[in-house]
Ligand binder design. Structure first.
Ligand code: NAD
Length: 498
């Protein structure tokens, strides 16, 4: 695969689209407004991207509604829907290298990650829901002999999806694939930092053959484009992934408008527990480090609260610290780079601000904590490890969304589980132990949507993903995600002579 000497060279090898995609056509925002897309790798200006507002939202909703009412997609036969979605997956796969590059230059995520994870997982998601189209049956109820009760799933209609910047295509695919598979029209609002890959995918959706108005992408900022989408009276559901703070606003918009269905995949502050009976501390240390340093900590499930049994804490943190010290931020376009930049300057300042708060509140900074690669013009922060954190400190309670581990000591399993659950979040949690009893007790008592035992981030498209508590509700991935995009209807048919 080609290695690129600069962001500019990488950009030149792609064909980014920068206009909104509405009703099967690329078009400027009605106001003509644009927003700058800046690469966090070195500050290069990548593109002027359309900045949509409520007028564009109106246009897209009308197109999506019309498409739905005409039924060109909704009423297409299952095999026709499957053909289109499989073609879509193939087109994304055929253009994966370009899409991976677009994500890397837009977001600063290492190219090795976008090539090995974001793109293959996006393709797998589209294929999984394409396959589901003719595998899900409706139900016939146990009605009396003079009646037939049918319980059928119907698409909702027009779905709005508001997504974050950390996995731009994958988080979008977790919404659009099940929504399309169940016959809805969709309007995507990508994060303002990272619109490029999804806009290119809109072009591929048209090539795959989705009817006009079924797949729409409205780039723009949150208040300008996301809010009017979530407030719109003719949008039937809004599927959101992002921060808890904005998730709460989305619920409010649904309440203020038409009580549209809301699904929320929000933030996390996940605990990873290391018991003193863990029989592979090297594997646990690697998971503790990579559970936070992967994608520079900009992962909703990052295991940022590292709970370590006091008897092994020093020995264990030495191992994690060694990994952190050896992991140098590098050029995200270099295929050997494992740790890239943060998404933008604002995010870098936020993370550095949390490092200062950690120090001020008495935590011990063991590794990192500073900006890196300053000469590049990009936004890099060193892998960072704090020891002697207590769970009431800000760095243990708030989502940092950067490469910062907060290590907390405990004395027994009961205390570890109490600390682990002492959070407003409940997205993921994990435990490393060789004691089967501890593993099962933790599996049951940890209040999180994903619990990992002797691993971190073990999951795939077949398993549901989502949170407890203020990490949200509703599930992405697996067949359970279809519930988010369908209504159940009961049809009761009275029979004569039964
Ligand atoms: P964010 O909440 O700032 O933004 C998410 C999306 O909401 C963006 O598209 C943004 O433009 C939009 N938005 C912002 N204000 C809005 C408003 N007033 N009305 C409507 N839309 C608005 O989040 P982010 O910084 O893009 O992403 C990071 C967050 O996403 C973290 O909290 C992370 O944990 C979370 N996340 C969660 C999951 C999950 O599956 N649970 C996955 C990835 C990221």
């Amino acid at each position: 695969m080609t290695a690129f000497a600069s962001v500019d060279a990488a950009l030149k090898s792609t064909s980014p689209r920068t206009q909104a995609f509405i009703d099967g056509r690329f078009q400027d925002a009605l106001t003509g407004q644009t927003m700058a897309s800046i690469s966090p790798i070195d500050g290069t200006h990548l593109a002027h991207v359309a900045s949509c507002d409520e007028r564009d939202v109106d246009l897209a909703v009308r197109a999506a509604r019309q498409a739905f009412d005409k039924g060109l997609w909704r009423n297409a036969s299952p095999s026709e829907k499957q053909r289109t979605m499989f073609r879509f997956a193939e087109l994304i796969e055929a253009n994966a290298e370009e899409l991976a590059l677009l994500e890397t230059i837009d977001l600063g995520k290492p190219i090795s990650n976008t090539r090995s994870a974001d793109l293959p997982l996006t393709v797998q998601t589209v294929r999984y829901y394409a396959e589901a189209i003719n595998k899900i049956n409706d139900e016939i109820g146990p009605s009396p002999s003079d009646a037939l009760s049918m319980i059928v799933r119907e698409p909702l209609g027009v779905v709005g999806a508001v997504t974050p910047w950390n996995f731009p295509l994958l988080m979008a695919a977790w919404k659009f694939a099940p929504a399309l598979a169940t016959g809805n029209s969709i309007i995507m609002k990508p994060a303002e930092q990272t619109s490029l890959s999804l806009l290119r995918v809109a072009e591929l959706a048209a090539e795959a053959g989705f009817p006009e108005g079924v797949f729409n992408v409205l780039p723009g900022d949150g208040p300008g484009a996301g809010k009017p989408l979530a407030l719109h009276m003719d949008v039937d559901a809004v599927a959101f992934t992002g921060s808890t703070q904005v998730g709460k606003l989305i619920m409010g918009y649904a309440a203020q408008s038409n009580l549209k269905r809301v699904g929320l995949e929000c933030g996390g502050k996940s605990p990873q527990i290391i018991m003193d009976d863990c029989d592979d501390l090297d594997a646990a240390a690697s998971a503790a480090a990579w559970g936070v340093f992967y994608d520079q900590g900009q992962v909703c499930t990052a295991g940022t609260r590292l709970l370590v049994h006091r008897a092994i804490k020093d020995q264990f943190l030495d191992k994690v610290a060694t990994i952190a010290r050896e992991l140098e931020p590098g050029d995200p376009l270099d295929p050997d780079t494992e740790f890239g930049s943060l998404v933008d300057q604002g995010q870098m300042q936020t993370v550095l601000g949390y490092v200062e708060k950690g120090k001020a509140q008495g935590a011990d900074l063991i590794v990192g904590g500073a900006q890196a690669r300053t000469a590049s013009g990009g936004f890099y922060v060193e892998p960072t490890l704090f020891d002697n954190v207590t769970n009431d400190m800000t760095i243990a309670q708030e989502e940092i969304f950067g490469p910062v581990i907060s290590a907390i000591a405990f004395d027994d399993l009961d205390e570890a589980l109490t600390i682990a659950n002492d959070s407003i979040y409940g997205l993921a949690a994990g435990i490393w132990t060789s004691n089967v009893n501890n593993a099962h007790i933790a599996g049951r008592r940890l209040r999180a949507g994903n619990v990992w035992i002797n691993c971190w981030d073990g999951s795939d498209i077949t398993t549901p993903f989502g949170g407890f508590k203020q990490s949200g509700f509703g599930r992405d991935r697996s067949l359970h995600a279809l519930d988010k995009y369908t209504e159940l209807k009961t049809i009761w048919l009275k029979l004569k002579g039964g």
